[in-house]
Design a protein around this ligand. Sequence first.
Ligand SMILES: [Zn+2]
Length: 156
Amino acid sequence: MSGGTEPHRSYALCLAVLALSGCSSFAPAGDHPMSAPSQYRTWFEKTRACSGLNGDFDRIKWFVVDGDEFDCPSGKCVGRWNDDHSIFIARAYTENEMVVRHEMLHDLIGHPGHPDPPFGNPCPLTWATWHGGDTTAAGPAGPAGRVVAVKRPNID
Ligand SMILES: [Zn+2]
C-alpha cells in the first residue's frame, strides 16, 4: 500500500511536471464521466501482469470524450492519463484494448513518459509494438506481416 494521495505532495508533483504535461489541470472539452466497462478490469489485470506492477483499478476515474480525438497538451490525443488517476479516452477508442491499457500502464508507473521497460517490452502498449488482432488499433498489416499504423494519434 502506498497511500500516495497526500494532497500537498500531489500538488508539488503537479507543479513540477506542469510545464511538460499540463498536469491534472488538463481536461478536454466534451468529456463525460464513464463507469468502466467490465472488460476494463480484465485489461487492467493483464496490464498488471505484464508490468509486474501493482495498482488499484478502482482509484481510476474514467472519462469518455466525444469524437475521434481531442485537444491535449501534445496536440491531438485519443487517450490521456492525468496524475490524479483520471483517464480520458476518445469515444472512438473506448473499446481499443491498446489505447485503454496504455493509459492503465501510465497509472501503474505513475508518470506520463514512455520508458521501455515497461512500454514496448514487456507491455507492447504502443502503436509501434502492439501486435493485437484488433485492426482498428493498428491499421492494416504491412508487406512483411508487420503491423503498420496508418494513423498514430497521441496516447498521452
Ligand atoms: Zn502515454
